[in-house]
Design a binder for this molecule. Structure first.
Ligand SMILES: [Zn+2]
Length: 383
């Protein structure tokens, strides 16, 4: 028994090299606040819908209930909240929950203030919907609009769009409320928020079919993955908007991480600038072949200005590929002379955009480059 255990431990160690963990565990330093909607006992007291507002709303409403399963909304939202916490932690997020049991008394202001207090980069308020029309089904996401939330409207909407997109992809549900996006200026939990916030209504518990679906662990898993993928996308987007490029202070390896191990596939050049897809604590993700490459952030610096004339905006690779038969430089031809800006290792398969008599045109790290045919062997189309 002990022996078997030992073998298992050794195997799993070699399958999970330390670098993989480094990439995953440090995937970001972003803080997510999860607010599982409602609670066991509703609170009928009133509170202002926004700071300084004379309009009031119920502190916490009872929520809806499964028309077939009788599952209360607050039970569903907490289960999703806890599953989401687990998934986001796995992805390197720092996660906070407004509640982790049912027996609480937290008004919508309390919930917003809690997420403000942890300075959450994004707050996700988990809910399910109910309608008097039993046919209504699908997912929609509420996000703040209006003057109380001016500072967070834009970011919140971006997050809503990304999360909706990924939720629809992972669940196959339809978009409710026409396009699935529901801007609101009357939600207490939004108007008191200081940081971006979204409220996914994950389905209609008043629809028998959807109620049954929402009750299954398999569908809940899809919901959690959809939200998590959307969150990832949202932060990638922000990084792309603010910190688009890095400059290498020396030649640095580019790694392929698809196997779970870091395999060097090439190098970037000292003094050259490259677009970033996204960034984590220690790594940049960059475009490479038809997968992604990773470059350590050390010995680089972020730059906002660049003079790159070979950024790829519209060219798409064909199904043709070459494989390098030796280490070879990729050249930038945009200045009138050929300047090397990436080296490809030997044995790298790479998609070709266009073939010239002596050169292959490719996209690498978001830039257009040229590789000498002499250093490569062509692979037949589609392979
Ligand atoms: Zn609700």
């Amino acid at each position: 028994m002990k022996k078997i255990l030992l073998i298992l431990v050794v195997c799993s160690l070699s399958l999970n090299p330390i670098f993989t963990n480094e990439i995953k565990a440090t995937s970001n330093g972003k803080k997510i606040c999860i607010d599982p909607g409602h609670q066991k006992k509703w609170n009928n007291g009133k509170e202002p819908i926004a700071p300084g507002s004379k309009m009031t709303k119920t502190k916490v409403s009872s929520g809806t209930q499964g028309v077939f399963t009788s599952i209360p909304e607050y039970v569903f939202t907490l289960d999703i909240g806890l599953k989401l916490e687990k998934e986001l932690k796995k992805r390197g997020y720092n996660v906070f929950l407004t509640r982790s049991n049912h027996d609480v008394n937290l008004s919508n202001i309390d919930r917003a203030k809690f997420c403000n207090s942890v300075k959450a980069d994004l707050t996700i308020r988990i809910h399910a919907d109910g309608s008097t029309n039993k046919k209504t089904n699908g997912i929609h996401i509420l996000y703040p609009e209006g003057s109380y939330t001016k500072a967070i409207n834009k970011q919140s909407k971006e997050a809503a769009i990304k999360i909706l997109e990924e939720l629809i992809k992972s669940t196959g549900a339809k978009k409710a409320s026409t396009d699935g996006l529901s801007p609101r200026s009357d939600i207490t939990g939004f108007n008191w928020a200081k940081y971006p916030v979204v409220l996914p209504e994950l389905g209609y518990m008043s629809n028998v079919k959807e109620d049954k679906k929402l009750a299954t662990p398999a569908y809940r898993e899809k919901l959690v993955l959809g939200i998590s993928n959307g969150v990832d996308k949202y932060f990638d987007l922000n990084i792309a908007a603010n910190q688009k490029y890095f400059k290498a202070n020396k030649h640095l390896p580019i790694y392929d991480n698809r196997s779970g191990e870091l395999i060097e596939v090439g190098k970037v050049y000292k003094g050259q600038t490259y677009p970033i897809i996204s960034s984590s604590n220690y790594w940049y993700k960059v475009k490479f072949a038809n997968y992604n490459g990773y470059i350590r952030k050390s010995n680089t610096r972020l730059v906002t200005n660049h003079n790159l004339r070979n950024l790829n905006v519209k060219l798409k690779p064909s199904s043709n590929k070459f494989v390098t038969i030796k280490g070879t430089a990729v050249k930038d031809n945009s200045s009138g002379k050929l300047v090397s800006f990436v080296t490809l290792q030997k044995g790298i398969e790479y998609p070709i955009i266009k073939e010239y008599s002596k050169w292959y045109q490719i996209e690498i790290l978001g830039r257009i480059g040229y590789v000498a045919k002499l250093d490569t062997q062509k692979l037949s189309g589609g392979k």
